[in-house]
Structures are given as C-alpha cells and as structure tokens.
Design a protein around this ligand. Structure first.
Ligand SMILES: [Zn+2]
Length: 148
C-alpha cells in the first residue's frame, strides 16, 4: 500500500456500483447508485487497493478473495456496537441496513464475519435485551390503554 487511490466517477455496466482498476489504481464508481450502495463499494474497493490485489483468473480463488474482502469491508463499515444496537432496535435486515446506511450485502457479510465472542453477545445479550425492550414496550402500551 502506498498512496490512496484516486476515486473517479463514470457510468458502469448495469448492476455494477464500482470496481478497482488494477492498472490505474483507481476506484471507479457509478454515480447513479444510492449512498447505501456506494459507501460499502468504496470500502470494498479500498480493501482491494490496500491489499495490492491484482486480477485473479481462477474463479474459485477470485470467489474466496471476494468473500474475504467483503468480510473485511463489512467489519470496517459496521462496528459491533452499531450492529448490536441495530439488531436490538429493528426487526428486519432491511431496516437494519437502512439505519446503518449500507446495502444488504454488507449486513450479511458482517453477520458472516462475527467473532465467537460477538456471536455469543448477539445471541445472548442481543436477544435478551430485545425481549426486554419488547416486554417494556408492550407494558407501556398496556398502561396507555388502561389510562385511556
Ligand atoms: Zn471485490
């Protein structure tokens, strides 16, 4: 890794939000994509740049590398406390992604990159606190109904 890559904007093929140009060492972004897609794309392509990735011509190797990059990018984009907070607050992955300003892929990658300790905290504390909040909200709603 040396200098940061330049970021350039140009229209890319349908469905492609960005890519890292290995020759020019530029991150190319399509400006037509929403912020929730562009943010994870920039971080993903920055990981490729920082790891000095060159093109891989083996599909299996490329897939393995993309999974690793996506995992690293998701950990950078979504710190565990933000993930835990979103997990306790929202009932759907879509709402979590919107709140965290990322696309669904970043959420799935972050869940896939949880450490054993993070999994334990999310399963135990996250579920417990979520249930406590749900019970509290239900109790508050019940009190309001009685008071009305
Ligand atoms: Zn990639």
């Amino acid at each position: 890794m040396d200098t940061p890559p330049d970021i350039v904007f140009r229209h890319l093929p349908e469905g492609l939000a960005g890519h890292y140009d290995h020759k020019t060492r530029e991150i190319v972004l399509d400006p037509r994509h929403p912020r929730r897609t562009v943010r994870p794309t920039v971080v993903h392509e920055m990981v490729h740049h920082n790891l000095d990735h060159m093109p891989v011509h083996c599909a299996a190797s490329n897939t393995a590398r993309e999974i690793m990059v996506e995992s690293m990018a998701s950990r950078y984009l979504i710190c565990f406390s933000a993930l835990l907070d979103a997990y306790m607050t929202f009932d759907s992955i879509e709402d979590m992604a919107e709140h965290l300003e990322v696309d669904l892929g970043a959420i799935y990658a972050r869940f896939g990159s949880l450490t054993a300790l993070e999994q334990t905290i999310l399963a135990a504390c996250g579920r417990h606190c979520k249930n406590m909040w749900a019970q509290r909200e239900s109790a508050v709603h019940h009190v309001h109904q009685i008071a009305a």
